[in-house]
Design a protein around this ligand. Structure first.
Ligand SMILES: Nc1ncnc2c1ncn2[C@@H]1O[C@H](COP(=O)(O)OP(=O)(O)O)[C@@H](O)[C@H]1O
Ligand SMILES: [Mg+2]
Length: 413
């Protein structure tokens, strides 16, 4: 299905008929109440159509803590064999009702129904009452996936064969092809946002930063924010301030994730935007107008310190880990500096990597050896006192000694 969804299509009602917050009573309520007790009673007893109560699910354990809220594993009380993930929508800073960022995520998830995109089942809410100051909590309810890729990769007991790595990447690129075909950018590709079910089906998740995009119309460039994508997976065009970007931003992330299938930890762990650009230049070669015509016009091109005279070393540096020649070739095409030359999801799916022996192979047998769910959030801490977290560095890139924690082991690229 081709979508024409754009930002303006997202229905945002700022004048909720029934406010879930006591703070916006002045301009919002069209129902009239004799007094505030009556209003509270009305809110308490209001039955949202198409929005069941969250109490139909029994929370089991917390499995995620992202920037925008907590995620829980839960069980459907009416169907105890059915597990779901409940993602809490943070309402704390909302004075205007339902947060627009969550609405955007919901709209996009409703559009993107696909085997390789996480399935949104419904939205649920808690009842508003005095104990929550008449503010409902809302949850996105998803089909439960047993693992995320960051969790799997941080466990050295989980071993992917070459055919299994191909299956992961084929499904990831299939998902990206689908979302890009529907004119959506994910904008937060990273291993923690890639889910894998126990049956070995990969699902792209976390559309919290996703947005619709347009091809450039009448020569007027887009002006999207470039403060997206977790630093380690952020492509050079965003780091240089591009605001007229497109699907290649997600393919850079796909390249970083693909390399991580072998290195088992993120390949470029910068602390700052500047450091990230330095790490990229050291791997992919110097960023120059010769390699990337037009780069000199990007907003931050002159204000960032871009290392000169760096040779491109993608294949050379990844070969000791990756070994497979066609894999190195695909990685080389995903990690291309110039976004206009970077391989598309469509072309990547046609790459020899997926069509020569060993062919992509089912993951379910390998996963059956691991009965425990693996999530980034639940993985043992990489360093005492630290949790894997956005923009957090586990170790310095220049340190070459690997260290062993209790349980999992970090490998350094
Ligand atoms: N459907 C799901 N099944 C299992 N785990 C999930 C599901 N959705 C999210 N998670 C877990 O919760 C984490 C955070 O969810 P995510 O949607 O990425 O939100 P955030 O924006 O907070 O990062 C994910 O990295 C994953 O480990
Ligand atoms: Mg996430």
């Amino acid at each position: 299905m081709q979508s024409s969804s754009s930002r303006s299509n997202i229905p945002v009602s700022r004048s909720n008929e029934v406010s879930c917050s006591s703070s916006n009573s002045s301009n919002s309520s069209s129902a009239t109440f004799a007094n505030s007790r009556e209003k509270k009673k009305y809110i308490e007893e209001y039955n949202f159509p198409f929005c069941d109560e969250a109490s139909k699910y029994e929370r089991i354990t917390k499995i995620g803590q992202g920037t925008f809220g907590e995620v829980f594993k839960a069980k459907d009380k009416r169907n105890p064999k059915k597990y779901v993930a409940m993602k809490k929508i943070l309402m704390d800073n909302e004075k205007e009702g339902f947060p627009i960022t969550a609405l955007r995520e919901i709209r996009i998830l409703q559009l993107l129904k696909h085997e390789n995109v996480v399935n949104l089942i419904e939205i649920c809410r808690t009842k508003a009452n005095a104990s929550n100051k008449y503010r409902s909590t809302f949850f996105l309810i998803f089909d439960f996936c047993e693992h995320d890729l960051a969790g799997l990769l941080s466990n050295t007991n989980v071993k992917f064969s070459l055919g299994e790595i191909k299956k992961v990447m084929q499904q990831l690129l299939n998902g990206l092809y689908h979302i890009h075909f529907n004119k959506i950018l994910h904008r937060d590709m990273k291993a923690a946002n890639v889910l894998i079910t126990k049956n070995g089906i990969l699902k792209l998740a976390d559309f919290g930063l996703a947005r619709a995009f347009n091809e450039i119309k009448n020569g007027i460039p887009n002006r999207y924010t470039n403060r997206v994508v977790t630093l380690w997976y952020r492509p050079p065009e965003l780091l240089l301030g591009d605001r007229n970007y497109g699907p290649p931003v997600d393919l850079w992330g796909a390249g970083c994730i693909m390399a991580e299938m072998w290195t088992r930890s993120p390949i470029m762990q910068g602390n700052t935007e500047q450091q990230q650009l330095t790490l990229i230049s050291q791997l992919c070669g110097s960023i120059t107008p010769e390699m990337w015509p037009g780069v000199e016009n990007l907003e931050l091109y002159n204000s960032m310190d871009l290392p000169k005279g760096q040779k491109r070393k993608v294949k050379e540096r990844l070969k000791p880990y990756v070994k497979d020649v066609t894999a190195c070739d695909l990685l080389d095409k995903l990690l291309i500096l110039d976004p206009s030359k970077r391989i598309t999801a469509d072309a990547a799916l046609d790459h020899n990597f997926f069509w020569v022996d060993p062919l992509p192979s089912d993951l379910s047998k390998m996963l059956a050896q691991h009965s425990q769910s693996m999530f980034e959030y639940l993985a043992p801490q990489r360093r005492p006192g630290q949790r894997p977290h956005h923009h957090q560095v586990f170790f310095n890139q220049s340190i070459t000694k690997s260290f062993i924690d209790t349980g999992y082991q970090d490998r350094i690229f």
